[in-house]
Design a protein around this ligand. Structure first.
Ligand SMILES: Nc1ncnc2c1ncn2[C@@H]1O[C@H](COP(=O)(O)OP(=O)(O)O)[C@@H](O)[C@H]1O
Ligand SMILES: [Mg+2]
Length: 330
């Protein structure tokens, strides 16, 4: 039995006004995250991952509208009023951004950055917040917490600053963390350290995570389940292990084939063509122009997600081609 969902996107559609028309950025996206579960949202750049996370935080840019249902712990996030939203963003969920320097105010100390939210929302006193920040800094491997608290962001390396962001996310004890490419902007040598720390912390605390990345290998290694996004649509969801060993959607199989192998010589097969945004897609399957298996049906009718082998897959031909995909991906 699947555990009850803590966070749900149900048929989410995001649109932006463009000149006199509307452009679709995310189309009919559905996914859920259970308590203490990590789910990866994976797709190429421009596929709509960050927009989906922003809508989940109710932080969409001006002009972008959300339709569908966003649910946290059974409540309808899209109907939240100001007070509900403040509570939701400060206690229920937290966000870790791709580039900490673009997000943090360079004129405030680390101490101010870490404690202001919790103090302002009345969750704890300043002294309590500092004490908790120090304990969390030790947990994420930041030595000399008291000294670091008095420093400014530019005095910390990117890796250290992202650890501070992890502390900031954990400080109010949220139940769900949205992590949008949390290690992509870091030096390769520190990426795996920061990733390992983030994982250890959310596991120890039984916090759920929606982990956004373009890196299917990384996502499969660190999450329980995956949602694969292409051109604003989620084309496949399932357990990370199953998707990794037997992709059912041709796009997922393509992502798996186009990555460098670490276990031997392996010919790189890039997916032909370029990724598109949701609004560039014709009426058929958005992946059809790049898909080796596409038929006339694929080019003219958009496949809805359906359950195949216990997974959700949006492909007309999945039953016919699944075994071929497996052979190609291995
Ligand atoms: N502020 C914005 N207004 C309109 N369109 C946007 C805005 N930001 C991003 N987009 C478009 O939305 C689509 C999805 O972007 P995004 O969610 O950032 O992709 P990802 O995070 O998967 O790389 C892209 O086509 C992008 O060009
Ligand atoms: Mg993004």
């Amino acid at each position: 039995m699947t555990p009850p969902s803590l966070f749900t996107l149900d048929d989410l559609n995001l649109r932006v006004r463009h000149r006199r028309t509307e452009r679709t950025l995310v189309r009919d996206a559905s996914l859920n995250v259970a308590a203490a579960e990590s789910v990866g949202l994976v797709g190429e750049s421009g596929s709509g991952k960050s927009m989906s996370i922003k809508s989940a935080m109710r932080l969409l840019p001006r002009g972008v509208t959300a339709e569908g249902r966003i649910e946290f712990d059974g409540r309808d996030v899209l109907s939240y009023n100001r007070a509900d939203l403040a509570h939701y963003r400060s206690r229920d969920v937290a966000m870790i951004h791709q580039d900490p320097r673009a997000y943090i105010n360079p004129t405030r100390t680390i101490s101010q950055f870490l404690t202001e939210g919790a103090v302002h929302t009345g969750q704890m006193s300043r002294d309590e917040a500092i004490e908790r920040a120090c304990a969390l800094m030790a947990d994420v491997g930041i030595a000399g917490a008291h000294r670091r608290l008095e420093q400014f962001p530019h005095q910390l390396s990117g890796g250290l600053l992202q650890r501070v962001m992890i502390v900031a996310a954990l400080l109010p004890s949220p139940r769900l963390i949205f992590a949008d490419e949390p290690t992509t902007a870091l030096d390769v040598t520190v990426q795996s350290d920061v990733m390992a720390i983030l994982l250890e912390q959310i596991r120890d605390r039984h916090v759920s995570m929606l982990f956004v990345t373009h890196d299917l290998d990384l996502a499969a290694a660190v999450t329980d389940r995956l949602a694969v996004m292409y051109a604003g649509s989620i084309v496949e969801t399932g357990t990370s292990a199953e998707i990794y060993s037997r992709p059912l959607h041709p796009y997922t199989a393509g992502l798996l084939q186009s990555r460098p192998s670490t276990t031997g010589v392996h010919r790189l097969t890039a997916i032909p063509g370029r990724p598109i945004a949701a609004y560039e897609a014709d009426e058929g399957c958005s992946f059809a122009p790049r898909c080796a298996f596409a038929t006339d049906q694929c080019r003219t009718s958009r496949p809805r997600s359906r359950t195949v082998e216990g997974r959700s897959v949006a492909c007309h031909r999945v039953e016919e081609i699944a075994d071929d995909l497996k052979d190609r991906a291995s």
